[in-house]
Design a protein around this ligand. Sequence first.
Ligand code: ADP
Length: 365
Amino acid sequence: MIGILGGGQLGRMLALAAHRLGIGVRTLETVADAPASSVSELYVGSFDDVDALDRFAKGLSAVTYEFENVPVGAAQHLAEHVPVYPPPSALEVAQDRWAEKRLFRSLGIDTPAFAIIDDDASFEKALREVGLPAVLKTRRGGYDGKGQYVVKTLLEARQAYQELGRAGLILEEFVHFDRELSLVAVRSQEGESRFYPLVENHHREGILRQTIAPAPGVTPAVEAVADIWAKRLLDHWNYVGVFAVELFAIGDKLLANEIAPRVHNSGHWTMEGAEVCQFENHLRAVAGLPLGSTAVRAPTTMINLIGQIPDRASILSLPGAHLHLYGKEPRPGRKVGHINIRVVPDADHAEVVQQALRRAQSDPT
Ligand code: ADP
């Protein structure tokens, strides 16, 4: 049996993939009605409670996690008793934007210009080094665009600096990118790595709305750069499992923005679009099984369902459409499911995607 820290939608989809392989799943969550509760043995407890962690870990063959804000201490504690994949060292770096960007640089991975801010002096220094416009971000705890401000003027920069607490910050060059790409990759316990193709991501209000897989117009040379960068990171950590690298593309040049040491929203298209999906490949890696093919079965567009659940029939009647709902109560800004639309013969894919977008925004049922 495998344990998952966190029982959100990623935990739920991991559990579903585990069931197909005959692997049992136990999840640790702070709330009882989490999305994974219907498909796993759910333990309710705090990640900071050592007794809860020990009860959870009893009898497990490995532990993994589905969100990157799991306290590193919890992962390290568990690692004393049971293998924890991905390694807590990856979790630690992913939780700190400064450590993350420094590691990128040390591995020869290009990033936007950045500088650490811990007081007034380092704030002024960062402004001189990075310039404006820039993005001021908290080093820790940010997600879906929270904890960051785009600042264009000195006044805006000073306001954001006050707002974000004047320490524990990082200033990044504002990148005028052409598009955002990401790479999802998996590494096995034996050190074999496999890469899904680069995909193109569209965000609104800091939340991923759509992924186009594979990203159109990516040259083999650009794909190779992304694969090499991903492999350097995976090998650096002796990583086991799936991870994602988020990238900015300016023409054929890439800059690394951040990594997620887990299955990733921009990899959901793999459920129907790839030979073996990211959830199964993560489980295979964690369980010490052979990795599956990351080849594309058919180009796929993934649409996130945010804030409302569409009428099922209206989505399922679209050619090539597959619906995944997470068992969550709709609330504004909340990811409640996604639609994967595969390119199928005899259907106009672009038109089907437009239809799906319209129907996804129709009244909840
Ligand atoms: P989060 O962890 O909250 O997702 P990100 O650092 O990925 O934070 O930023 C969220 C989004 O903000 C990115 O997907 C991108 O669209 C935009 N963004 C972040 N950093 C920069 C930057 N340096 N230049 C331009 N846009 C940025």
